[in-house]
Design a protein around this ligand. Structure first.
Ligand code: SF4
Length: 312
């Protein structure tokens, strides 16, 4: 890849995403893909990126992450119901079934509750319902008709990099204005994660702008635990700058991969890192650097069991 700055739309190719997540053929020039989660990993801590995306070390999800996945699933299903039926009770009624579905797909999640303790499971299901109460405190789903839910969107930037991710929800106003909505379920201190959340939303905004020619009017974070809404409105100039940032990040990842040099960057987020035992900042030693095949350097690490909302 030549180190030329990305300055305008001519440098981006379109990969139209269909509602429901189908994506058109990717141009042959594309060498790698990058998701907002993995890009944010590298920004947060290059070694964390390596552990997750290159070493692909398994991570045991926390109860909080699984609760987030469950709540995301319920909110997605809620909009399958006719508008008038999207009540708090209807959402609460969806929780047990969605939990059973998750357990059927990932039986190992049962290990989160020692001895399959019924009281612990009941408490867990109840806490998911509590987060849904937070949702209803800030939005009335009977007045909404989302255009897309859990939708895969992607675009090619700098000819060679596919950027892609899953939107929690996309609302389209009658005048065509776009609102990207992301549900936040975590209980971690918000200030530690807000920059990461905004980075993720700008990532989606960039993809939508490049594929649909419209800068989303609103990027909305819905904090369910605190029942708070955080709206942000990007503009075209900002997304151009952001695109340059993403490409620069990708180049930094390529350099780090070529040099096999991913350094730890300790921060408050270390408290939530699964890999402290292997991290030099905590006295650990990383495993030998993995052997990579070309094109393998930034495969979207959206693999693994717990996905939507799991680490965001
Ligand atoms: S413990 Fe902290 S510094 Fe070490 S890899 Fe994890 S996030 Fe990075």
């Amino acid at each position: 890849m030549t180190a030329q700055p990305v300055t305008n739309q001519q440098t981006s190719r379109l990969v139209p995403a269909q509602p429901g997540g189908a994506v058109a053929a990717v141009p042959a020039t594309v060498r790698a893909s990058l998701s907002p989660s993995r890009a944010a990993d590298f920004k947060t801590c290059p070694l964390l990126y390596r552990f997750r995306s290159l070493d692909r070390l398994p991570e045991r999800p926390s109860v909080e992450q699984v609760r987030g996945t469950l709540v995301h699933a319920v909110l997605e299903r809620l909009f399958d119901l006719p508008a008038a039926q999207r009540t708090p009770q209807a959402a609460a009624d969806l929780v047990p079934g969605e939990w059973e579905r998750l357990l059927a797909e990932q039986p190992e999640l049962a290990e989160l509750f020692a001895g399959d303790d019924p009281a612990a499971v009941t408490g867990f299901v109840g806490s998911a319902t509590g987060l849904l109460d937070g949702y209803f405190a800030v939005e009335d789903p009977t007045r909404l008709e989302p255009a897309e839910r859990e939708s895969l969107v992607s675009a090619v930037v700098d000819d060679e990099l596919l950027i892609r991710g899953y939107l929690d929800r996309l609302d389209v106003a009658p005048d065509g204005a776009l609102r990207v909505v992301d549900y936040k379920t975590g209980g971690a201190p918000r200030e530690a994660f807000e920059a990461r959340a905004l980075f993720q939303l700008k990532f989606y905004a960039l993809v939508l702008w490049r594929t649909r020619g419209v800068v989303p009017r609103v990027l909305r974070l819905l904090y369910l635990k605190d029942a708070e809404v955080c709206d942000y409105s990007p503009d075209e100039e900002e997304l151009q700058r952001f695109e340059r940032t993403v490409v620069a990040l990708w180049r930094a990842i390529e350099r780090a991969t070529a040099d096999r040099d991913f350094r730890p960057r300790p921060s408050r987020l270390c408290d939530w890192c699964n890999h402290q035992a292997l991290c030099p900042s905590f006295g650990g030693t990383p495993p030998p650097f993995p052997e990579l095949v070309p094109g393998d350097v930034t495969r979207d690490a959206r693999q693994g069991a717990v996905v939507p909302g799991a680490d965001e």
